[in-house]
Design a protein around this ligand. Structure first.
Ligand code: MN3
Length: 212
């Protein structure tokens, strides 16, 4: 099968008490695995696409055969988004360096950035994601519905296009076991587990790729 579940690289309990072990295990081993299974079933017969890295696959969504495009959007988006999410979680990191300077320049302060991110993440109606993205050389906070990714581009996700720097899953399955209906508490907990080192790397890589 072309796509496989990436290991977390840390234990399910590594982000306790902010993100609980039971949620992490179900979210990674069942929810994420299901996106991959469904993606493989749809794209498996299309070898010219199923050999692409999943981020490249969703970037090229509009070239995917029409009969499987919606499935790739939902299930490939799910695989891409969750792979990004797991890589971007770690306790004890600090926002610093060029990304911190860019956040302060763009939003006025780190606190003002966090307030905007929290407000937009809380405002997603139903299921979706909240992102800090780079659009050209501009940082922006955007949201996507369902499993849409900023990588899918302006033609698919409108003003939410961009290169993701930080992303938060705000589907109920990401927080309901621990936080129940209190999505804002889950969003605040994200600041204790977001990996700013990885975010800084993403930011600087996008710059080196000529997107700054
Ligand atoms: Mn999820």
């Amino acid at each position: 099968m072309p796509y496989t579940l990436p290991p977390l690289g840390y234990s399910y309990s590594a982000l306790e008490p902010h993100f609980d072990a039971e949620t992490m295990e179900i979210h990674h081993s069942r929810h994420h695995q299901t996106y991959i299974n469904n993606l493989n079933a749809a794209i498996g017969p299309h070898a010219e696409f199923s050999t692409l890295a999943v981020d490249d696959l969703v970037t090229k969504l509009n070239s995917v055969p029409e009969d499987v495009r919606k499935t790739v959007r939902n299930q490939g988006g799910g695989h891409s988004n969750h792979s990004f999410f797991w890589r971007g979680l770690k306790t004890g990191t600090e926002l610093q360096g060029p990304l911190k300077e860019a956040v302060e320049t763009t939003f006025g302060s780190v606190d003002a950035f966090k307030a905007e991110f929290e407000k937009k993440a809380a405002s997603v109606f139903g299921s979706g994601w909240c992102w800090l993205v780079l659009q050209g050389k501009d940082l922006k906070v955007v949201t996507t519905k369902d499993q849409d990714s900023p990588l899918m581009g302006e033609g698919v996700v409108g003003e939410a296009w961009g290169t993701p720097v930080v992303g938060l899953d705000v589907w109920e399955h990401a927080y309901y076991l621990k936080y129940r209906n209190k999505r804002p508490d889950y969003i605040k907990a994200f600041w204790s587990v977001v990996d700013w080192e990885e975010g800084g790397r993403k930011f600087e890589q996008a710059g080196k790729a000529g997107k700054l």
